[in-house]
Design a protein around this ligand. Structure first.
Ligand code: PLP
Length: 451
């Protein structure tokens, strides 16, 4: 049965409540209904094609409709789609866990499955909190988290609590557990008033001060390493992640890294923490885990954390947490196939090389009068639009410059989603040089048209 666009659009508007969407706007818009994908392109119900320049909300790695990934799911479907992970193992989940431990930063040796990035963070936060209650020398007073302002770790209550973007988190303040918040690096608009390139690493000093003051009550420190995605692709100065590791070691605090967005080669290294050569105690991964095919997430833990939950049942050390779809067989099967493709095509090294191509093209954006800052970590890019380049005066959010620019890009055959005044460029890792250039040309033309 096929349905007309008009019919589908009407039903969408009648029945659906879209995420992160003002539905009043949605009802007034001419909406796009994605019908299929092929490589790095998406096609709508009307047959129009678009570059998927934000990897379908940062998840896609190998492009769409990839034979090897399709086959992995079809093959698994012929066996079983899902079985309970509470009380039973399954083949793809076991193989994937083994594979993930092999490629994870050293020391992360245990895999705890869930289904989305928020939950992977939620699990890490619960594990860290719980850890201090039953580690060999319990310290239940260590029950708080040090977090960064502008952080985004997802939308469940624990993940929102450790986040720090007022737009998403402010409303729920009374519902959240309090955290110790430290200003995050943002070199273009340094929260400490320092000038980029001439600073005394005030951001690290602030971190150090917070650790020194609060170590006695800190269970963990949660960060998005190297780049804060939803904040507007805000990159951290080199060495910042290493500093967090040092402070966590010095003050006996668990380091929790949220690699939900940065994992699987996005930043030009398999994991963002690799840039600083550190390993966290807990690490949340999701998005790219299945190449963008299925909802799946993992919280990786060290032996030390795992051991704190290990004992006789009567000791009541069990981590009582799990979901109906934990360890989903289809998700794990496609994740295995995705990792194989990642290796086969050397995609992480390729992503680092392609980042160089992107950087060169982006350098031309600096000439544009309303491009204030361009931030890049591998194939994660944020282009910050400003009203006044000299004073860095931002556009008012009501002007919707990010949204307008992305709408202009859509008309030119490219889909991405802005973060306020920041245009996000985060293409699938398989995008070739020509495609990357063409995508950036469309974005540039759209910025020129709108600003
Ligand atoms: N953590 C980070 C760094 C993210 O960027 C996101 C989503 O954008 C999440 C967590 C939440 O992931 P999910 O949307 O799968 O719940």
């Amino acid at each position: 049965m096929t349905y007309s666009y008009d019919q589908l659009a009407q039903w969408d508007k009648q029945y659906v409540w879209h995420p992160f969407t003002q539905m009043k706007d949605w009802l007034e818009e001419e909406i796009i209904i994605v019908a299929r994908g092929e490589g790095v392109k998406l096609y709508d119900t009307e047959g129009r094609e678009y570059y998927d320049a934000f990897s379908s909300i940062w998840v896609n790695i190998h492009g769409h409709n990839v034979k090897e990934l399709n086959d992995a799911i079809i093959d698994q479907l012929g066996k079983i789609a899902h079985s309970s992970y509470l009380g039973y193992g399954n083949i793809p989940a076991t193989l994937l866990a083994r594979e993930l431990v092999e490629i994870a930063p050293p020391g992360l040796v245990k895999v705890f499955y869930s289904d989305n990035g928020s939950t992977a963070v939620e699990v890490a936060v619960k594990m860290a909190f719980h850890y201090w209650r039953q580690c060999p020398n319990p310290r239940p007073e260590k029950n708080k988290f040090l977090t960064l302002m502008n952080a985004y770790h997802g939308d469940t209550i624990g993940a929102v609590s450790v986040g720090g973007i007022d737009l998403y988190h402010g409303t729920y303040r009374d519902l959240l557990f309090p955290t110790i918040k430290v200003a995050a690096p943002y070199c273009y608009r340094c929260p400490f008033g320092a000038k980029a390139g001439q600073c005394e690493k005030e951001c690290e000093q602030a971190l150090e001060k917070a650790f020194a003051e609060h170590a006695h009550e800190l269970a963990g420190c949660v960060i998005e390493p190297v780049i804060q995605g939803a904040a507007g692709m805000i990159t951290q100065p080199p060495g910042y992640v290493k500093k967090v590791r040092e402070l966590c070691d010095r003050y006996d605090v668990l380091m929790i890294c949220d690699e939900v967005a940065t994992g699987f080669g996005r930043t030009g290294a398999l994991w963002a923490v690799n840039h600083d050569g550190v390993s966290p105690d807990l690490m949340a991964i999701s998005k790219g885990l299945t190449g963008g095919y299925m909802p799946l997430a993992v919280t990786l833990a060290t032996q030390k954390v795992y051991d704190a939950f290990y004992g006789d049942y009567a000791e009541m050390k069990t981590f009582f947490h799990g979901h109906s779809y934990t360890g989903n067989q289809l998700g794990c099967a496609v994740a295995l196939a995705s990792l194989e493709l990642l290796k086969k095509h050397n995609l992480v090294t390729e992503a680092a090389r392609k980042a160089g191509v992107v950087k060169k093209v982006l350098a031309e954006f600096n000439e544009l009068p309303h491009v204030g800052d361009i931030r890049q970590a591998g194939l994660m890019v944020g282009i910050e639009l400003v009203r006044d380049k000299l004073t860095k005066e931002p556009y008012d959010w009501q002007e919707k410059m990010g949204i307008k620019t992305c709408l202009a890009a859509r008309k030119k055959g490219l889909i991405t989603r802005p973060l306020g005044n920041n245009i996000v460029f985060m293409p699938p890792l398989v995008s070739n040089d020509e495609q990357l250039q063409e995508m950036l040309e469309i974005i540039k033309a759209s910025i020129i048209q709108v600003t």
